[in-house]
Design a protein around this ligand. Sequence first.
Ligand SMILES: [Zn+2]
Length: 349
Amino acid sequence: MSFSRIYGAWFALAATLLLLLIGLTSCDKTTGSGGETKVTDPPLVLAPAPNFNADTAYWFVQQQVNFGPRVPNTPAHQQCADFLLASLQRYGLKTHNQAFEVAAYNGTILRSRNLIGAINPNAKKRILLCAHWDSRHVADHDKDSANWQKPILGANDGGSGVGVLLEIARLMAPDSAKLGFGVDFIFFDSEDHGQPEFDRSVNNPDSWCLGSKHWAQNKHVPGYQGFYGILLDMVGAPGAKFYQEGVSLEYAPSIVQKVWNIGHQLGYGAFFIRESTDGIIDDHRYINEMAGIPTIDIVQYHSASGGFHPSWHTQGDNMDVIDRATLKAVGQTVLQTLYNETAPAQPLN
Ligand SMILES: [Zn+2]
């Protein structure tokens, strides 16, 4: 009995030493999804940052979905816009309701609203955090053609980005005095009202991202300048992998590296994949091209393995595809990136 206990203790000690040895020899490396080994950058000093609450973010996604599809010109769309604006106001942000009308690919006039909330509205240095809040009017990527004409709930495509940003706004607003910069939360409308896959009567590849294009030409504050921007789109699915998207790498490579490095250092390396993928049409493209603000997109997209999440533009884009772990990984990483602006990050040695 005593022998086995001592033997067991020695065995545990030996096992611990072995694990420590493995840990020490591999601490400067990470293993990527394909099994390849990559050397990481030197660790950054991480400024103290709030703890992102994934339950609250999940609740914000649920609240949006509860309105039903948020398609322009519908009551659900108006009700959700009012809810989002009221949420930003409740946390003390200065809000702008940028109402505009814009023609869709088929000539339908979309009564649209870009919703904006500012922390430290008078600060000169400003960082944009954005997501689209409308949901798609058709499910044109659904396997069942009977669903094509139905609008989608857009829990992931629309709801997830906004949900993460509202939680960040809630956490950052009380710290506004010590930030030393301003943050603008911009929820773009009419991003997802592009020409359906089943409607090729007209050819209009420019029919997406109508809200961000409108904002880029009509800033909510005259002469508005942004330091950089981060767009979130489809950031809620279980096991999501975020590759480094082409437009982001073209216009804002240092922001991509900064965010991915912070994501890895926080332990979210399984989400933030250090591998590039093709550029896509999303709101950040127009913020870069038309507004000239370097902006990245954190989006679940990988050209080499089938594109977006399988629920993309289908009736399956509902709360079943929202996972708190993914909301947490993205939310904590973006939050940390912003708090690191308060104290410039330095290598530890
Ligand atoms: Zn979409």
